[in-house]
Write a protein that binds this ligand. Structure first.
Ligand SMILES: C[S@@+](CC[C@H](N)C(=O)[O-])C[C@H]1O[C@@H](n2cnc3c(N)ncnc32)[C@H](O)[C@@H]1O
Length: 425
């Protein structure tokens, strides 16, 4: 099949090692797949419901696999941070994993794909020529080239309140987590560099699986119940994919449908939007049934008056506003109508009474268009224009991904403008 080639010696060695450790592999194997790094392909026709691989718990890398003496050095650290520290600085105790380590992507791969590693100017406003610009001219319109749902910044004048980075944005939460972990680890290994640590931290970020093992505190953060699972970490993600099941015995991957020989087989990492996938895994899907855009910023801070906000809260409709290929969600419709309609009509809408007259419908559609959809569309148009002009300071992989992502965002918004009556096809 086009774009699929043999994986190379490191991966053959790793697969042989994994099998020696008790990993059972059935009718599938790793391959190099263009645009996907390594992935898993069918080596024969696969039927639905077949077990494709089975990884015994004894082979997993968990906090319990890490020698007690190494673990004890790290007093307060996340499981993520500890696994990364062990892989980076665990010395001879990690030699068992040498074949596995050689099967992983390089730091350069991460620099191309992971927003957290992209050059810092990419977080700044770009001027009309696509150059970083910290002091915009009066006639210039600013643009941020990282999507708001990744970096938490907006350039559109209506969203200036969010000009400053929101520390709740996914990329900044990720940075905060890395910084906190490195704060612990750098004191234990003062001669090591942040770059060495970051590489393994991102390996754990992009390749770990949810698991519960004894020794994890009951209070352990749900997001931090993670382990590394050899071979299963070769599977790439799709919005439909094979089931990955865990039990105390280990992990099993079972085929969700039939596959032809040479076809790539995916698992699903979860119901993630493309902005989430970009931030956490460094890629986006061309078609993603879970894709959506959060709209909460349009109803936060001074975007909405306190009284209306309180009534939304009382009614259980404050926050979690989204837009997807079907338009804006019902919660968003409720929040818009809280601002566009009087309380009587709003209460009727919330109660599901279909009493909306033409005047109310137009008022809600206009507000949605002017407050949310047009500013978001302008954000996308400006980002795309600047991106087209940026030179080679942006890693080529990053530029392609961002252009594709902003186009998806723009398409979703334009679709919503059609659905909600703001624009004709
Ligand atoms: C668990 S690993 C999967 C194996 C990985 N492709 C490799 O080369 O080792 C997760 C990483 O694979 C890549 N990936 C997963 N699904 C992808 C997809 N649908 N398209 C492109 N890259 C994908 C991303 O780089 C992601 O961070």
């Amino acid at each position: 099949m086009s774009g699929i080639s043999p994986p190379g010696a490191h991966h053959e060695n790793f697969t042989a090692w994994a099998k020696q450790q008790g990993v059972q592999v059935n009718g599938v194997g790793p391959a190099s797949i263009s645009g996907h790094g390594l992935g898993i392909v069918a080596q024969r026709r696969i039927e639905a419901g077949e077990v494709l691989c089975d990884v015994p718990a004894s082979v997993l890398l968990t906090i319990n696999t890490i020698p007690e003496s190494f673990r004890q050095l790290h007093k307060e650290i996340t499981v993520h941070g500890l696994l990364a520290s062990f892989l980076a600085f665990g010395g001879p105790d990690t030699s068992r994993y040498s074949h596995w380590k050689k099967s992983w992507p390089s730091m350069q791969d991460f620099q191309e794909s992971m927003p957290i590693l992209w050059p810092s100017f990419m977080r700044e406003t770009l001027d009309n020529d696509g150059n970083p610009n910290y002091t915009l001219g009066r006639r210039e319109y600013p643009a941020f080239i990282l999507p708001p749902a990744v970096a938490g910044r907006w350039a559109h004048y209506q969203m200036r309140e969010f000009w400053k980075i929101r520390d709740t944005a996914p990329m900044y939460r990720q940075e905060k987590k890395l910084k906190a972990d490195w704060n612990v680890v750098s004191k234990l290994f003062p001669d090591k560099t942040l770059s060495e640590y970051t590489y393994y931290w991102l390996i754990v970020n992009t390749r770990s699986f949810y698991f519960e093992v004894s020794g994890m505190k009951a209070t352990q953060n749900h997001d931090d119940r993670m382990v590394l699972c050899p071979f299963v970490d070769y599977f790439n993600h799709n919005d439909h994919g094979c089931g990955v099941y865990f039990s105390v015995k280990g992990y099993t991957v079972t085929s969700d449908r039939t596959y032809d020989i040479g076809e790539q087989i995916f698992t699903s990492y979860g119901s993630h939007s493309n902005d989430f996938l970009l931030c956490e895994y460094g890629f986006i899907l061309e078609n993603n049934r879970h894709d959506c855009l959060p709209l909460d910023d349009f109803f936060s801070g001074t975007q909405i008056n306190g009284y209306l906000k309180n009534s939304l809260e009382k009614a259980g409709y404050l926050g979690t506003y989204t837009l997807d290929s079907d338009g804006v969600c019902f919660r968003t419709q409720v929040a818009i109508r809280r601002q566009a309609l009087n309380t009587y009509h709003w209460n009727k809408f919330v109660a599901g009474v279909d009493s909306e007259d033409e005047k109310s419908r137009v008022a809600a559609a206009t507000l949605l268009q002017n407050r949310v959809l047009l500013p978001y569309e302008a954000e996308a148009e400006e980002a795309l224009q600047r991106l087209e002009k940026t030179g080679d300071a942006i890693p080529p992989g990053a530029k392609d991904t961002l252009i594709n992502r902003w186009k998806q965002i723009r398409d979703m918004i334009q679709q919503a403008l059609l659905i909600h009556g703001g624009r004709r096809a």
